[in-house]
Design a protein around this ligand. Structure first.
Ligand code: SF4
Length: 325
């Protein structure tokens, strides 16, 4: 069994939302609520959930760009929350983040060379010729020619800009890349190209991915395992094949029912969930999904379901499986 490269346990993140002009006090927002997951070296864990479920907060907490309120995060068996700022800065060379919109993460005043060389300059010193050769190699690796050295972000398509963002992420030879909706802003055909590129890079470099998305179909082919997130918690986690063949949590079943099947003969009955994800400032008591769940029972309104192992590698948090356990 390969040891996890990253292990997150009971992670909680609360923010204080400021009160409005006439409000009497701030509201505590529980963006993450006792979340646990792990990612083994060389694998891809897809984290899937609707907007507002806390996925991006999770990405930022793992990189310690946000300081979690409680819980632990171990990377390569190092307790990240115990590191001082300098040690964490060094550790971040091994952990990179790629965001949804490359145009907001790339400095519009920099050209391709400067954008890819920037992380190298911050951590390594080398002659300019060597730096240029390294940047050209990185561009080639992500499918761009040396012509892109002089291009600025406004001269790039969405797919080209995301390739530059990937070259930047690869520059320091990381072990882990956190991909936060990396294809959501792209056309479907370009999405497939970026996914194929990510698969190839992972194979060639032995990378580990934490791939965050709202779209199950995007992570289907790249993920070894998938974790489904709802209101700051993982509600189901299993292998990628299992989640599509045998989804057990009612929320996963609803997400899956709205995902197009690659097999046109396999028609899925669409499950329409009422409403939207409740506010993390005022989560429902008991099971947080009970306000939208088609299978809600009386006990769901009062008791929080615990995560249970229902088959090898398959965990679910739902009273339906506690009752049958
Ligand atoms: Fe639905 Fe109850 Fe299971 Fe929550 S615990 S998902 S409300 S059946």
């Amino acid at each position: 069994m390969v040891e996890p490269l990253i292990k997150v346990q009971d992670l909680s993140m609360q923010f204080l939302r400021k009160a409005g002009l006439f409000g009497r006090g701030g509201q505590r927002v529980r963006a993450l609520n006792g979340l646990s997951l792990h990612v083994r070296a060389g694998e891809t864990l897809g984290v899937v959930g609707e907007s507002g479920c806390g996925k991006s907060t999770l990405a930022r907490c793992v990189l310690r760009l946000l300081q979690p309120t409680a819980g632990s995060i171990r990377f390569d068996d190092v307790d990240l929350l115990a590191l001082n700022d300098e040690d964490m800065r060094r550790m971040r060379r091994r952990m990179q983040l790629v965001l949804q919109n490359p145009f907001s993460s790339l400095n519009p005043r920099m050209n391709g060379f400067e954008l890819v060389a920037e992380p190298l300059r911050a951590h390594r010193s080398m002659p300019r010729k060597e730096m240029r050769d390294l940047v050209v190699d990185l561009l080639t690796e992500v499918g761009l020619s040396a012509e892109f050295l002089s291009r600025h972000p406004h001269q790039l398509s969405g797919g080209q800009a995301q390739r530059i963002a990937l070259a930047r992420a690869l520059a320091l030879n990381p072990d882990l890349i956190i991909l936060d909706e990396p294809t959501s802003a792209l056309d479907v055909s370009v999405q497939a190209q970026i996914i194929n590129l990510l698969v190839r890079l992972q194979r060639q470099r032995g990378l580990t991915y934490l791939f965050i998305t709202h779209d199950l179909s995007v992570v289907q082919h790249i993920s070894d395992r998938i974790a489904v997130m709802y209101l700051g918690k993982i509600v189901e986690e299993t292998s990628s094949e299992d989640i599509f063949a045998n989804p057990r949590h009612p929320y996963t079943q609803a997400l899956l029912s709205s995902t197009p099947s690659p097999d046109p003969a396999a028609k899925r009955q669409r499950i329409i969930l009422p409403g939207t994800v409740p506010s993390a400032a005022n989560p429902p008591p008991g099971c947080a999904f009970h306000t939208r769940c088609p299978q809600v029972m009386e006990m769901c309104r009062a008791r929080i379901p615990h995560s249970r192992l229902i088959a090898e590698g398959h965990r679910v948090s739902c009273h339906l499986y506690e009752a049958s356990a």
